[in-house]
Design a protein around this ligand. Structure first.
Ligand code: SAM
Length: 233
């Protein structure tokens, strides 16, 4: 069981997310556990403030060190293992499939979502989190990044998907099609056999599993060369 603890100022964002589909089933089956914590619960003043203006001036507000640090430390103590602490930031290390595979082996992951202009630097200095970015663009908050990480990781936990081979042959997986390479998935087709003059490749209909496997392998390699040649290097 992998335990996720999400630290956010907007817990309601996650309500629908965890009550649908594969995520809901994974929670019900005890494959993952999810706890969503409101950072505001660690505010100590009568206005429940969690953010403040930056020293030196400038736009926006920053998450306060004396709210976020106690919040993370309390949550780390809630389990026998403190877990791996991720802090979402566009300045962080780019999230990718290999990192997700690493995360899927963990017992516990804490995901710290920023908002506004981000975090007081001392939060990072004290907690020494792994700073994770979803990409080179700026979101309003870390919640979408947390959802992306959780979805990617939970797909890799055995027994979560209907068929564990689904994730095995996904793009970017180390599935051994070409030793040591992480390729894009091949093209897939379902019924009808013909639509608007476009036909399903004949080889996929002939029932010869060796030929089908060879076609898929070639298709996967060609697609990767065309679209993401860096994966072939
Ligand atoms: N001022 C910050 C900067 O330019 O680096 C951006 C702050 S952003 C508006 C607010 C929060 O959204 C961040 O603290 C982070 O948690 C989250 N966030 C924004 N873009 C992200 C990205 N690409 N990856 C992960 N988290 C992101």
């Amino acid at each position: 069981m992998l335990r996720f603890d999400i630290l956010t100022l907007f817990p309601a964002i996650f309500e629908g997310f965890f009550s649908e589909s594969i995520l809901k089933n994974a929670v019900n089956a005890g494959k993952i556990a999810v706890n969503v914590h409101n950072i505001r619960d660690w505010a100590t003043d009568k206005h429940s403030s969690v953010d403040d203006r930056p020293f030196g001036g400038g736009p926006g507000m920053l998450l306060k060190v004396d709210r976020v640090v106690p919040c993370v430390e309390d949550i780390q103590k809630q389990d026998e293992t403190a877990g791996r602490l991720l802090l979402f930031s566009p300045q962080g290390k780019m999230f990718h499939q290999q990192l997700a595979e690493e995360f899927a082996l963990e017992k516990r992951i804490i995901l710290l979502c920023g908002r506004y202009e981000g975090f007081d630097q001392r939060i990072i200095d004290i907690l020494q989190p792994e700073e994770i970015s979803l990409g080179n663009y700026v979101l309003n908050g870390g919640e979408v990044a947390a959802m992306a990480v959780i979805e990617t990781v939970m797909r890799l936990i055995p027994g979560v998907l209907g068929d564990d081979n689904s994730a095995r042959y996904d793009s970017f997986s180390a599935n051994g099609i070409v030793e040591g390479k992480r390729l894009l998935d091949c093209e897939h087709y379902t019924r009808p056999r013909e639509y608007r003059g476009l036909e399903v490749p004949e080889v996929l209909l002939n029932g010869n599993h060796a030929e089908i496997a060879e076609w898929r392998k070639k298709n996967s390699i060609e697609k990767t060369k065309q679209r993401k040649p860096e994966l072939m290097e």
